[in-house]
Ligand binder design. Structure first.
Ligand code: C5P
Length: 237
């Protein structure tokens, strides 16, 4: 497989086309952003940590039967994935109140949320990823009602699997964001990355953040938290 042209520059990744039209090449950057890209910083080693964590988590989900885009890790910071038609919806799942759920609804941080809270956001940097509901998604033709049901079901399955996995290593899965895409034949696949950039993880004993909240809140070195997550995952995966 050969890398060809730059397809997309994200906040923490760059994506390239390859000589195979069905395969994309993803490179993880040593970069962190907050407030939808308004705050940006270089963090040495972060790309490799996220690449490895994402690799382990996708591998785990694949073994558990969750269909996804991940194909192969090709270097410390690079991977190959199936080219998908990405659905412009971010699916956020919340086990405990944190972040925007706390600021929007004035609930006590870390309140247990039952049932699992699921929210959709319209992926748009220009609009700052606004909240979007089912009828808005259908009216804007972003997804079909069957796809919406699948987004909910797969997110719930992923939550159960990751929650149980992290529990084994003393980490609480507070919330996370997933993205999905369609294959050429219209089948839904989990896409994007699975890393502490996209999920809130706390050390169960100390309650300390091990995820991007360290960067958002300027409370320390994110790579320390991410390395801790990786080390613990390597003990069980
Ligand atoms: O900011 P908020 O509380 O809505 O975030 C919920 C979860 O979704 C967090 O784990 C956050 O990292 C993730 N998220 C994300 N990308 C976004 C918005 C939220 O990964 N654009």
């Amino acid at each position: 497989i050969k890398q060809e042209s730059l397809k997309y520059t994200g906040k923490a990744k760059t994506v390239y086309t390859t000589n195979d039209p069905d395969i994309l090449w993803v490179h993880y950057l040593d970069q962190a952003t907050a407030l939808n890209g308004k705050v940006k910083e270089t963090i040495t080693g972060k790309g490799a940590l996220n690449s490895e964590i994402s690799h382990l988590l996708f591998d785990y989900l694949t073994r558990k039967g969750i269909e996804n885009h991940y194909l192969k890790k090709i270097s410390a910071t690079d991977e190959l994935v199936t080219a998908l038609d990405i659905i412009p919806i971010e699916v956020v799942s919340r086990n405990y109140a944190s972040g925007h759920f706390v600021s929007k609804y004035a609930v006590t941080p870390m309140t247990k949320l039952e049932p699992l809270v699921q929210e959709f956001y319209f992926k748009s940097d220009a609009l700052d990823d606004p909240f979007i509901n089912d009828s808005q998604i259908l009216a804007l033709n972003l997804a079909t009602s069957e796809e919406l049901a699948q987004l909910r079901r797969v997110s719930q399955d992923v939550n159960q699997l990751l929650h149980a996995l992290f529990e084994q290593i003393g980490i609480g899965l507070v919330d996370f964001k997933l993205e999905f895409g369609r294959t050429a034949t219209g089948d839904l696949r989990l896409a994007d990355e699975l890393s502490p950039d996209n999920m809130r993880l706390i050390d169960t004993l100390s309650g300390k953040s091990l995820d991007k909240d360290i960067f958002r809140q300027h409370s320390g070195d994110v790579t320390v938290g991410y390395r801790d997550v990786l080390n613990r995952l390597q003990q069980v995966i």
